[in-house]
Design a protein. Structure first.
Length: 216
């Protein structure tokens, strides 16, 4: 409930920062309509920018001239080539920049974002829900009887585009699948996270994943 929580924060004189790491590229998020103050996220997950992709920040227009950040870098300076003794933040969102970004990573993210220009985020969300729901259905039929447990919400509105499973041999299983080109994520003590990128993952890949998990 982004809108409700943000409103409650405002009623108590607080500002809210929302983490969009598992939202951007998978779940529609209308920051201005929700009256969000700040939001941050990464480019390497569902935005498909690849490892090391730049992060991003959103700042509500009403806060741009009064908000600041503690990391002062030359890209965020009002006149970066004047080499002034004192720091003067740039006007607008540029004041939240710091030092020189990784140009190659920026270029990769730019290419990834171009794909989204002709894509409906609402349609992506429908695909995401379909993929994760299908995975959970297959989990019930094929993985739960083998000792796997579901660690993600069953209700689609309560989850993003990844599903976490618990399994006693999860660490070894994730490593074995990585050697086969199936990339998952392990988190102690026993959680395996499976991210479904709605832009390119298919339902057949979900079937193949469950078949591989079932064979362990």
């Amino acid at each position: 409930d982004v809108e409700g929580i943000t409103k409650a924060a405002h009623e108590h004189g607080a500002l809210m920062v929302w983490d969009l790491a598992h939202t951007a590229g998978a779940v529609p998020f209308h920051a201005e309509a929700l009256d969000v103050d700040f939001a941050v996220g990464c480019g390497y997950k569902y935005l498909n920018g690849g490892p090391g992709a730049p992060a991003f920040i959103y700042v509500a227009p009403r806060l741009l001239e009064t908000a600041g950040q503690p990391l002062q870098g030359w890209w965020g300076h009002a006149e970066p080539f004047e080499f002034e003794v004192d720091y003067r933040p740039a006007v607008g969102i540029a004041r939240f920049l710091t030092g020189t970004a990784n140009v190659l990573s920026m270029k990769s993210l730019e290419a990834a974002l171009e794909v989204f220009s002709g894509v409906s985020l609402e349609k992506l969300r429908e695909k995401s829900v379909s993929l994760t729901s299908f995975f959970i259905d297959l989990f019930d039929d094929h993985l739960a009887p083998r000792g796997f447990t579901l660690a993600s919400p069953r209700a689609p509105e309560s989850r993003g585009s990844h599903v976490a499973l618990g399994f006693a041999g999860g660490k070894e299983l994730v490593a074995a699948m990585a050697a086969e080109g199936i990339i998952a994520d392990f988190r102690p003590p026993d959680l395996m996270r499976f991210g479904f990128a709605p832009l390119y993952n298919t339902h057949q890949e979900v079937v193949s994943l469950v078949e591989r998990l079932s064979s362990y």
